[in-house]
Ligand binder design. Sequence first.
Ligand SMILES: Cc1cc2nc3c(=O)[nH]c(=O)nc-3n(C[C@H](O)[C@H](O)[C@H](O)COP(=O)(O)O)c2cc1C
Ligand code: SF4
Ligand code: FES
Length: 562
Amino acid sequence: MAPLDGQNGVWKSGKGKGRKTPKGRQFGDDALAVVQDLLGTLPRRRDLLIEFLHLIQDRLGHLSVENLCALAHEMCLSQAEVYEVATFYAHFDVVKEDETPPPALTIRICDSLSCELAGAGQLRAALEQGLDPAQVRVLRAPCMGRCDTAPVLELGHNHVDHATPEKVKVAIAAKATSPTIPDYQDCADYTAQGGYETLATLRDGVEWTKVQDTILASGLRGLGGAGFPSGKKWEFVRANPGPRYLAVNGDEGEPGTFKDRYYLERTPHLMLEGMLIAAWAIEADKVFIYMRDEYPAVRHILTTEIAALEAAGIVAPGYIDLRRGAGAYICGEESAMIESIEGKRGLPRHRPPYVAEVGIFGQPTLVHNVETLHWIARICREGPEVLAGTEKNGRAGLRSYSVSGRVTNPGVYLLPAGSTIVDVIKAAGGMAAGHVFKAYQPGGPSSGLLPASIDDVPLDFDTLQPLGTFIGSAAVVVLSDQDRARDAALNMLRFFEDESCGQCTPCRVGCEKAVKLMQADTWDQGLLEELCQVMGDASICGLGQAAPNPIRLVMQHFGDEV
Ligand SMILES: Cc1cc2nc3c(=O)[nH]c(=O)nc-3n(C[C@H](O)[C@H](O)[C@H](O)COP(=O)(O)O)c2cc1C
Ligand code: SF4
Ligand code: FES
């Protein structure tokens, strides 16, 4: 029998269903053209997915599913992979076929603790009533690292400090949606003052262990919150064969913390030189800076100054890769940050292996906080005494306390690491007029709240653990007699509920249940304690493990309120 038997090219019996299109959602040529235009000649690498999503969101104001499908096609990724990443991050607006895109203008109002104390709730209500929702969208958002000028909101990419409805209306009328770039020390000035001479000397053939000894002698510990001795970390990373990477953690999402922004908006090259010294010490093949999306001015400064470093021949073009976060607190946790740098959802990894062994792209990675690197530059230039030379209350070193809440002059204060809350409040000009000191958050919501009666403990690493708390990133928020500790703790748990990555049940469900239980007039303290136990014992990362701190400390010290 002849193979086609007169059926002219039809091999199938006709029972199967031939497909004209691939499976899944479809996209048109126009959507693909937009994506191809935006990506230009950029390499279609998986790790750049979040950067590409930003390109589309910035141009179109949202991410339509059609554009997401076209992007998946262009990058040879599954649609599910692109969708799961796009929907993980708060700053991406995914719009399905039957949904209306958001209006051109978005206002994000910070509702974390310092802004809430300063009236963010009333501000939000006023704006929701006073603005046309078809023109302007009003969203709540977590801490923007500007707690010293609370309440704060972001109009487009323009932050409005000490925000009022009137200020917002003026800004809208003026179409003021771009960030204000502060005055800062640029590359030329930094170099003229002797900047990068230390780096040049080290690169000239100094043994890296000499620098390690200097860093260890200074007593520098990780200022992202974990407090690990910085010099030791270099050794762990170096113990693993290369290629090795350095990742700078610029996520600074812990509510109440704004020290990294403070330094980057003034002296960015101290961080950059410290970063290049650390990269030299571990022989890093490449450096990634992960900068939160909430700091557009800092991203502008870094883009400009990295270009200046390349032009000056201090780094090879492309050696420093500046990456943009997309609104996810959890990406400050180092392994989640690494996932995000790889273009994925920010889900913390299980440990071991530690990122020093298996980090970015599976390679040994050194992760440092912005301020840690700032001090590495200063220690290498000024000697270990710049930190170790200060002693107070039996503690050595200095701390940059971010201070906000009910104080006269909120701001960043560089004080001896042995400072107590009394010293910190004094540095910040004392209590705000009409307020009596009642309680304080020593180091971000993860640290919970302590009562004013505990006022003689140095706010440093290791000193607060016996009290069931820790200093973390030294984000001090001061509460007064006009505030309720239980409301502050609820604010903190709401933050964790929003920001839990959802990967593990004790944290995802635990935060949600805690928020519900904490809204009752009388707390079910037995049940809450059980919940705290499970969250602390069984959560994968520090977010879920520390989230019980505010609950427990309020039950312990402010029992009359709950
Ligand atoms: C939930 C969570 C959030 C974190 N957020 C940050 C952050 O925003 N910035 C930061 O530098 N470290 C943050 N860390 C700590 C990092 O995981 C890591 O310890 C730090 O970046 C290491 O740098 P360092 O040794 O210089 O402090 C966070 C940790 C956890 C558990
Ligand atoms: S503890 Fe929370 S944030 Fe951390 S991995 Fe689990 S769900 Fe995610
Ligand atoms: S900017 Fe609002 S609490 Fe930090």
